[in-house]
Design a protein around this ligand. Sequence first.
Ligand code: 1HN
Length: 315
Amino acid sequence: MRADREAALTALYSDFTALNMEGGWHRRFPALWPEPRRNFLPHVWHYADVKPILDRAGELIDTQQAERRNLTMFNPVEGNIYSTVRTIVAAYQMIRPGETARAHRHTPNALRLILEGHGTSTVVDGKQVEMRPGDVLLTPNWAWHSHSNDGAEQCYWMDFLDVPLVHLLEPMFYEPHPDGLEQAVEQLEQAPIAFRWEDTLAHFEAEQARLGPNVPLTIELGPAQLDTIALHMLRIGAGQTTAPVQTTANAVFAVVQGNGVAEIDGERHPWSFGDTIAVPAWRAHSIHAQSDAVLLRVSDEPVMRKLGWLRSRQP
Ligand code: 1HN
């Protein structure tokens, strides 16, 4: 009787497999778990390591060959070859004097943080804005964008895109501009897609007047224009540390100025100007500054909030 049942079960389970199905009571891997598994790894990429590599690439690869001379930072978690955290990819890009990165558009949302160099501008849907250090410039879903360096200096910046989220959900569309560059272009000093460094500093001053001098400040670059990505600037004074937090939002931090140490899941990660810090979902973290620091936090908070999955707590 018992042996009959065992044989019947074995037959049942092999029929599952043959038909590409599985019993909820028979899984080899659980489908549900009590709280987020920490999957992607905390990691820091140092600009001091990246910059010479961008410079070497600059001597070997031109913008004819590479539509964008960019280096993407892939998380060291096993099996990953692209994403910086689950939903976001971060890249460094450099453009040399006289070069143009041709216009294209794609469904992934993108933004840039300018690190170094003057004389380069970006054109987003026909609006040309200069790129200056500390500025954050947006290229939303399906906006045309190109970059040109008409100055004398190499320009370095960081790109952040929701490409991994688009890969996951699959609504990828990409199109090169038929003319290579947009034809009718209007030059703008202020534009809704441009968050200027001077405005960020003024915003911090106003926030400090409200909260006092001894606490780290967080401001949002808004109103939000990217559906999937939230942008916050953090100002952390020398010796200050942010309150530890654990959140379902995936984040990448970029260092705009200063240096310090990020504590992520109990491990210390030193950072300085231009570095990229991957803080994946549910990794408890706090950030300590050793000199007056500003960091940009790029996160998928709007996605988590919209879908009812944003949960944050003090670890
Ligand atoms: C992209 O289109 C740009 O337009 C930069 O400057 C970085 C990284 C991955 C995929 C597309 C750009 C990118 C990118």
